[in-house]
Design a protein around this ligand. Structure first.
Ligand code: VGL
Ligand code: ZN
Length: 202
């Protein structure tokens, strides 16, 4: 049983969005093409309240600065994926018919959540792990945005939780705040046990 996890293919992460991932829109056609190969499909949505702690504007600072909050380093982002706004919606060009359930993350005002499984303080779970376990789904394929944040941390948690993990490289795009972040993210996922593949290999 192959399970696809579509990470954060939301307007704000696409060209023209407030936290646009370079080439982010290019993943959509790849995902649409491979969808029929999967038995189960889930999606995630970055889903922040206004004035979320990860927004630079909340702290009257500039995006890309890093600050310490509650003993954790936090990169500050432009306002993005605010609950119930256009920017937070999943792209309509993505074929959403097969998506069984959508999991929200980043909804607590006081903590960020890159992983689709747990918030960055690892205090709250999104419910995805329990849902997958209940359905006895063990083989997870990750696609979406962004390779160097949400995909990376979701994959590391999935491996920690003993899932078998594949990352479909051509169906992911990185933010690359630093030019080698994408490369480093794939290397980290591989060294932790994920298989990095191309969509043609499924
Ligand atoms: C993400 C930065 C901030 C992501 C979410 O989905 O990768 N990145 N919030
Ligand atoms: Zn976010």
């Amino acid at each position: 049983m192959k399970t696809l996890i579509i990470t954060d293919v939301q307007h704000d992460f696409l060209p023209g969005g407030s936290l646009a991932v370079p080439g982010g829109d290019e993943v959509i056609a790849v995902i649409n093409l491979i969808l029929p190969r999967f038995n189960h499909v889930f999606a995630t949505q970055d889903w922040h309240p206004p004035q979320h702690m990860s927004f630079a504007s909340t702290h009257k600072k500039q995006p890309s600065e890093t600050i310490w909050i509650n003993g954790m380093q936090q990169i500050l982002w432009p306002d993005h994926c605010i609950q119930n706004t256009y920017g937070a919606e999943i792209a309509e060009s993505l074929n959403r018919e097969q998506i069984e359930k959508i999991f929200h993350k980043g909804s607590s005002p006081d903590v960020d959540s890159y992983s689709t499984f747990f918030d960055n303080a690892r205090k709250r779970s999104t419910g995805l792990a329990d849902h997958l376990k209940k359905l006895h789904l063990k083989d997870l394929y990750f696609v979406g945005l962004a390779t160097d944040y949400c995909v990376l941390y979701s994959v590391l948690d999935a491996l920690d939780l003993q899932f078998k993990v594949w990352v479909i490289r051509d169906a992911c795009r990185a933010i690359n705040l630093n030019p080698r972040d994408e490369e480093k993210a794939f290397e980290k996922m591989r060294s932790h046990g994920a298989k990095i593949i191309e969509s043609g290999q499924i």
